[in-house]
Design a protein around this ligand. Structure first.
Ligand code: A3P
Length: 259
């Protein structure tokens, strides 16, 4: 009973400044809030399911000059601990519709996040921002608005998908590195969806099933642009576009696949 209650407590999201967060994050909040980046720290700031793991692997491959063996030294969560490893921020965004789909399947398989319910129910939860780490709209808008004021490299999942070499070169320059063409080509190859899906250091296969149940949905699920078209009904799409217009009003951000 006590264990069930404790687990139930873990599954509930708790709000900090109006943003629903996992209980463990809330417990560490004072430490997170007092985090001070050093001038040469690099922070990856993504909304969940926007390709965090992908950009983490790209950054480490660049940092290690394309040395695949070095990038095998530890699982990705240890090579990029959340918040503690940080240079200037590097937000990465993904179009909201694919993000919602990816998050839905992630919550289905993630045993320590609330059950997402049906797709119809999740659609409402997501647009109201009542998912872990809050509203996609607020996250993307706020980072977009400050991107020119600080040393920030803003990346789009869809851009990396369309032209990985060009985008990886941008990250490389931002990190102050200069790698030659063959190394860059190797990084493109090693950070492809197919490679990262097979790589135990990136595919979360070492995480116990009691936390991530990959038999429900793999962590490296599809890695495509436009999967939302197989999930959204026409009515949901129309409603979403209207909400998007309202919430993103005044921002110049444009996603490649929509709106
Ligand atoms: P899908 O669920 O749409 O497949 P995060 O790392 O922020 O949790 O994001 C996970 C999403 O990024 C998943 O999307 C996952 O498949 C995708 N992803 C991870 N590595 C990728 C890669 N190398 N190329 C393309 N997509 C990738």
């Amino acid at each position: 009973m006590a264990l069930a209650a404790a687990l139930e407590g873990q599954l509930q999201l708790r709000e900090v400044s109006g943003i629903p967060l996992q209980a463990s994050t809330v417990d560490n909040w004072s430490q997170i809030q007092n985090f001070e980046a050093k001038p040469d720290d690099l922070l990856i700031c993504t909304y969940p399911k926007s390709g965090t793991t992908w950009i983490q692997e790209i950054v480490d491959m660049i940092e290690q000059n394309g040395d695949v063996e070095k990038c095998q030294r530890a699982i990705i969560q240890h090579r990029h601990p959340f918040i503690e490893w940080a240079r200037p921020p590097q937000p990465s965004a993904r179009n909201a519709k694919d993000c919602m789909v990816s998050y839905y399947h992630f919550q289905r398989m993630n045993q320590i996040l609330p059950d997402p319910g049906t797709w119809e129910e999740y659609f409402e939860t997501f647009i109201s921002g009542k998912v872990g780490w809050g509203s996609w709209f607020d996250h993307v808008k706020e980072w977009w608005e400050i991107k020119d004021r600080y040393q920030i490299l803003f990346l789009f999942y869809e851009d990396i998908k369309r032209d990985p070499k060009y985008e990886i070169q941008k990250v490389m320059k931002f990190m102050g590195k200069n790698l030659d063409e063959t190394v860059l080509d190797k990084i493109v190859q090693e950070t492809s969806f197919e490679k990262m899906k097979e790589n135990p250091m990136t595919n979360r296969s070492t995480v116990p099933k009691s936390i991530l149940d990959q038999s429900i949905s793999p962590f490296m699920r599809k890695g495509t642009v436009g999967d939302w078209k197989d999930h959204f009904t026409v009515a949901q799409n129309e409603r979403f576009d209207e909400i998007y217009r309202q919430k993103m009003k005044g921002t110049s951000i444009k996603f490649l696949t929509e709106l």
